[in-house]
Design a protein around this ligand. Sequence first.
Ligand SMILES: CC(C)(COP(=O)(O)OP(=O)(O)OC[C@H]1O[C@@H](n2cnc3c(N)ncnc32)[C@H](O)[C@@H]1OP(=O)(O)O)[C@@H](O)C(=O)NCCC(=O)NCCS
Length: 309
Amino acid sequence: MQDLQTQRAAPLEFRLIQGAETESQFSALLDQGFGLSGGAHYLDDFPIWSERFSELKTLRLGIFRGSRLLSAVSLRFATLKTSRSARMAVALIGAVVTEVESRGQGLASQLIQAATRLAEEGGAAGVFLWASDHGIYMRHGFLPMGQQWRVPLEALEFGQSEPTAEIVVNKGWNPALFHMICNRPDGLAHSPTDLGWYQAHKNVCWFWAGSQEAPTAYAAVGRGIDLQNIVHEWGGDSVTLHSLLRELRTRESSLQLLATEKLLDKNSLAVRNEDVIVESLCLARPITDEFSKLIAEPESFWIWGLDAV
Ligand SMILES: CC(C)(COP(=O)(O)OP(=O)(O)OC[C@H]1O[C@@H](n2cnc3c(N)ncnc32)[C@H](O)[C@@H]1OP(=O)(O)O)[C@@H](O)C(=O)NCCC(=O)NCCS
């Protein structure tokens, strides 16, 4: 009883979320905050924010009362490949959560501000985040930016390509896919150190064709609590990719593909305008003029689904 009173009286403290005990509080707070139950865990879908991968350029900021974690925001430093074959240092904010009893007291706002300051001090040109409810973020200078096409697989047209006669679609993660992912000309840059968190996604379904050592096309569907029925990572040689996407839509006709107009063109994929849902890609808050100029052109940048945290 006295412990509880001491806890209540303790001042609020900002500190990094570190150590096994705090990690389990962090994980439980995310699960509670996002209303997960039935064995679903937020960190299974967003392993980038797990302490296991904290050697990466990530920081988890918390507001504590005593030893109790009340609110958390995570920050990742990354490099964006821009359409002009240049690279730009950026930061991503995610895993924004406050325990139910402590909401509406400005805790998440303070952490978002702190994370944005750290992003700036860390040399990021701008900050990205993803949210279905924009409320709190608009108040902190984030605006919807970029462009994403959501295309029903049923509506895709494959140009002149004929289905490849003998495509075998393999299911499941194959580490050789990561080589293709690192070599994508767009999105965030990945290096071998990213392999750990990337392959730790428990609820992503990978499909690929080609040999185990050298896949020629791939597509990933779902992530668990979001991106359900969404093909959010895809690529490879156009002919095999077309066959793979054809095969996926025969298996599940309700799938949608995330893309840009340019990405579709580059892969000889077409769709009628009336079948596309055009939406903003993310929320973004500029730090430098260079970033402001980049995001002012909606199609000048792209971020693939698993990096959209
Ligand atoms: C969103 C959330 C982190 C806000 O935490 P908080 O400490 O109460 O935030 P603050 O007190 O600084 O600001 C509260 C504002 O958040 C906004 N907000 C509430 N739920 C929100 C949500 N899901 N997404 C974005 N903003 C939200 C409201 O506009 C509220 O403003 P109001 O007081 O004018 O109504 C908290 O409601 C939460 O944990 N929700 C569940 C998890 C979640 O949805 N996280 C965001 C995912 S992107």
